[in-house]
Design a protein around this ligand. Structure first.
Ligand SMILES: [Zn+2]
Length: 280
């Protein structure tokens, strides 16, 4: 065990992720415009693809959106043509159905970025070799539509086993600047692996994304990986050794009373020598 590290206290402000297998750390550089977010995705290599840069988002509250989807969601069962791009109204309705809160165009752009970041690769994959942005093209439209159809079917909307709503900040919108849903793709992939390895009957994340206000309210570390959307609190039923055996997580919090893991994250570091600590 490599020293007792309080939850998330070892992070710098550097937002890069070094865990990415066989991939150098990528700085969150500004993406050039225009961005080919829908560029072809060769052959699905390296699922642990570059992350998006979701930092620095601000709410565009000055631009109001008509509340076009206030009523119950009507469920059109028609699949869209692959070449079509969702209109603004269609996009808002679908993202809301998936679980995003959209009151302004700024929040809609934010939701598109978060969707692209968390979207696993069900149907169309996004973002290969590019950062997540709010540009909507046919591929992004197809992916959001696929997720939307899954929500109507009661199937997980984000990945084979997880939905975007399972990652949402528990504050429930209490804090005005809460982005609600912003899981990193790596955390989604890791959660799938974790579930497959040790939670055959299902894994319900106890806490995934946390906004600054909520994190402060629950006494989280100021640099908590929950803020970045790549930490998950889990039912503590699996031993530290078994989590280490996954060779995946770089931050591991252990429930002191029973010695099982209750927090996993993807901070910078080596999964061979994860930062570990005990929770009271
Ligand atoms: Zn929140």
């Amino acid at each position: 065990m490599s020293g007792v590290t309080p939850d998330d206290a070892t992070m710098t402000t550097d937002d890069t992720l070094r865990l990415v297998r066989s991939e150098p750390a990528q700085t969150s550089a500004q993406s050039p415009a225009p961005i080919a977010e829908d560029s072809p995705d060769a052959n699905g290599r390296n699922p642990l693809s570059p992350r998006s840069d979701l930092s620095g988002d601000t709410l565009g509250l000055e631009k109001g959106l008509p509340d076009d989807a206030a009523g119950p969601v009507v469920a059109p069962r028609t699949l869209r043509a692959a070449s079509a791009t969702l209109t603004g109204t269609e996009l808002t309705r679908r993202l809301r159905a998936i679980g995003f809160r959209i009151r302004t165009t700024g929040e809609r752009d934010q939701a598109v970025r978060a969707f692209k970041t968390g979207w696993f690769r069900l149907g169309p994959s996004l973002m290969e070799g590019s950062v997540a942005n709010s540009i909507m093209g046919p591929r992004a439209s197809q992916a959001i539509d696929e997720s939307y159809q899954r929500s109507l079917d009661g199937r997980p909307t984000m990945s084979p086993r997880f939905s975007f709503t399972e990652t949402q900040c528990p504050c429930g919108g209490h804090y005005a600047d809460c982005r609600r849903i912003w899981p990193t793709r790596l955390s989604v992939i890791a959660a799938e692996e974790l579930r497959a390895a040790y939670f055959p009957n299902g894994l319900v994340p106890l806490s995934w994304c946390r906004c600054t206000g909520h994190n402060r309210a629950v006494g989280g570390a100021t640099s908590s990986r929950h803020l970045k959307g790549d930490a998950i609190d889990i039912p503590h039923t699996v031993s530290l050794g078994r989590i280490k055996d996954m060779d995946l997580y770089t931050g591991i919090g252990v429930h002191r009373a029973d010695g099982n893991v209750q927090h996993v994250d993807l901070r910078q570091g080596s999964p061979a020598e994860p930062a570990t600590w005990y929770h009271p």
